[in-house]
Design a protein around this ligand. Structure first.
Ligand code: NAP
Length: 314
């Protein structure tokens, strides 16, 4: 039986692992199929304190992982499909059929890119539709690209993609952008970025199994048009990775895991949540890391008071 199991290896899970490992609680970390989480799909992280020149997102995550390993955190690869939370010790079921037991669990499974849900989108994923500019931008050297969304992600992706593309157009459903002022200004100053505001994406069009265009509607006039393009990057936000918790723990209407206000505690003692999986508001690397620290500290306190406190007898 494990004392504590951490699910997810973004900034929240890895910070929790660093703290728990340093407290000699030997955390076992389950690393999913996207180790490092969303920061591995971003470019330079410029707002994580301590890196005045910025740091590559993947490198930042690699460094956090090394830090956790240095203090004794163990990692296994796997996908958690279900938790058994009826009684302690809790059960963790993996997709390979393995089951483990733990006295405490920290859930830090993050969030995943949302899709538009329009015809042609899923079918052409990897054939011109992408949710990750850092991963796929390189393939669009000298090509035309559309970025869908009006938030910080869309601005960031559009700016990044101008390194490769001949032309980038941002397609957004409203006139006003949701993005922060600084990100908007950066995009507006970029001469390679064009704007298709007040436009709703309707259908991804492909020819010879490659994206060739996006059909959109002008929301002011109702007129539809086909915009020719070589690639479509969807940057419309994220949804929390909580499908495996359905029916086990309270989720809000968007699927975010609910915690006690201002704390990492869920409704079940010994089950903690941190990072984007429980945060629809801030969703920053630094707030995730901070909440990972909080989860680890509360978890440590919980373990001290638990019936399993005397580890030598287990
Ligand atoms: P977001 O702020 O939620 O923005 C999502 C955008 O997609 C919105 O403009 C939204 O339109 C649009 N959208 C949503 N569903 C859509 C649909 N079905 N069809 C068409 N458009 C749709 O998400 P985000 O940009 O991923 O940012 C998430 C958080 O991360 C924010 O807090 C952001 O500040 C942060 N972030 C920060 C940085 C940075 O500082 N470097 C970079 C990336 C993200 P509406 O505006 O009309 O709702």
């Amino acid at each position: 039986m494990k004392k504590v199991l951490i699910i997810g290896t973004g900034p929240a899970g890895l910070t929790a692992a660093i703290y728990l490992a340093r407290a000699n609680l030997e955390p076992l970390v389950v690393e999913g199929y996207n180790p490092g989480g969303q920061l591995t799909t971003t470019t330079t992280v410029e707002n994580f304190p301590g890196f005045p020149e910025g740091i590559d997102g993947s490198e930042l995550m690699q460094r956090m992982r090394l830090q956790a390993e240095r203090f004794g955190a163990q990692f296994i690869q796997g996908e958690v499909t279900k938790l058994g939370l009826e009684a302690s010790p809790y059960q963790i079921h993996l997709s390979n059929g393995d089951t483990m037991n733990a006295v405490a669990i920290i859930i830090s499974t993050g969030a995943s890119a949302r899709l538009l849900g329009i015809p042609g989108e899923k079918e052409n994923m990897g054939r011109g539709v992408s949710t990750c500019a850092t991963c796929d931008g390189f393939f669009y050297r000298g090509k035309r690209i559309l970025v869908v969304g009006g938030g910080d992600s869309a601005m960031e992706e559009a700016n990044y993609l101008t390194r490769f593309a001949s032309e980038v157009s941002i397609v957004h459903r409203r006139e006003e952008l949701r993005a922060s002022k600084i990100m908007q200004e950066r995009a507006r100053k970029n001469p390679k970025i064009n704007w298709l505001l007040n436009r709703t994406p309707l259908e991804v069009v492909a020819e010879n199994e490659r994206v060739s265009g996006l059909r959109i509607r002008d929301n002011r006039t109702g007129v539809e048009e086909l915009v020719e393009t070589d690639g479509i990057f969807i940057a419309i936000g994220h949804q929390p990775n909580t499908a495996f918790l359905q029916g086990q723990l309270p989720l809000d209407e968007q699927g975010y895991l609910q915690v006690e206000r201002g704390s990492p505690r869920t409704s079940i003692p010994g089950i903690f949540a941190c990072g984007d999986v429980q945060d629809p508001h801030y969703r920053q690397a630094i707030t995730s890391a901070g909440s990972g620290c909080m989860a680890a500290m509360d978890c440590e306190r919980f373990l001290e008071g638990s019936a399993y406190h005397d580890w030598s007898s287990n």
